[in-house]
Design a protein around this ligand. Structure first.
Ligand SMILES: C[S@@+](CC[C@H](N)C(=O)[O-])C[C@H]1O[C@@H](n2cnc3c(N)ncnc32)[C@H](O)[C@@H]1O
Length: 200
């Protein structure tokens, strides 16, 4: 495997292409949705770090014209990612103006964050940046999720998952880690899931 699995389209990349998703990462959300029942018709979902848009596409397909998806990324979505019930904001999740735009369309039943820092190859730096994004996603979730809402966030392993899970357990009825099958074998990413946001 090693470098080859990045060079050659693998099983998940081919499947994503055939099924009209712009990235293989869709199968991670699909698996988490199938296991934790995250997405249902009519919900308002906030997708943080959404480009090129496979998670957004999955959400739009499953909502089937109902509810709303708000997506945010530094980069644009792929051109085919569209929907009357989609709002996209291009910008930095750390920017107050972007947070205000997300808040205007909230509150949300589901916040998902697949944001990942541009990696440097230095594991310590990359993991610290990933943890920063996780903390930020948690701020979005805390402020913008309805009571009973759900949350999914990507974290690089070794990025203080236990500390983050501790914070999530204060906010959600259930919080746990989950590594989807579709994660690359050599990848050190994993996901944290918060179910049932507690009321104020
Ligand atoms: C792995 S990709 C997301 C893939 C997406 N879930 C999909 O299925 O198409 C990670 C994304 O996080 C975005 N990102 C990283 N840091 C960000 C930030 N500070 N603000 C907004 N987006 C950010 C990157 O631009 C990148 O598009």
């Amino acid at each position: 495997m090693g470098a080859n699995s990045y060079e050659k389209p693998d099983y998940w990349s081919k499947k994503a292409f055939q099924e009209g998703y712009p990235a293989r990462s869709v199968y991670k959300l699909k698996e988490m949705d199938e296991k934790f029942a995250l997405v249902r018709k009519g919900i308002r979902a906030l997708d943080l770090g959404a480009a090129p848009g496979s998670w957004t596409t999955y959400l739009l397909r499953k909502l089937d014209g109902t509810g709303r998806v708000t997506a945010i990324d530094l980069s644009p979505l792929a051109k085919d990612v569209k929907g009357d019930n989609l709002s996209f904001f291009q910008g930095d999740l750390y920017a107050p103006a972007i947070r205000a735009s997300a808040a205007e369309l909230g509150p949300y039943d589901l916040v998902v964050c697949d944001a990942a820092p541009a990696t440097t190859g230095n594991r310590t730096v990359d993991t610290a940046r990933s943890s920063g994004l996780v903390e930020l996603a948690l701020v979005y979730a805390e402020g913008l999720l309805v009571s009973g809402g759900n949350f999914v966030v990507k974290v690089f392993q070794g990025g203080g998952e236990q500390e983050i899970l501790k914070k999530m357990r204060a906010l959600f009825a259930t919080a746990r880690g989950f590594k989807p099958e579709a994660c690359r074998a050599e990848s050190f990413e994993t996901y944290l899931i918060g179910l049932g946001k507690k009321g104020n």
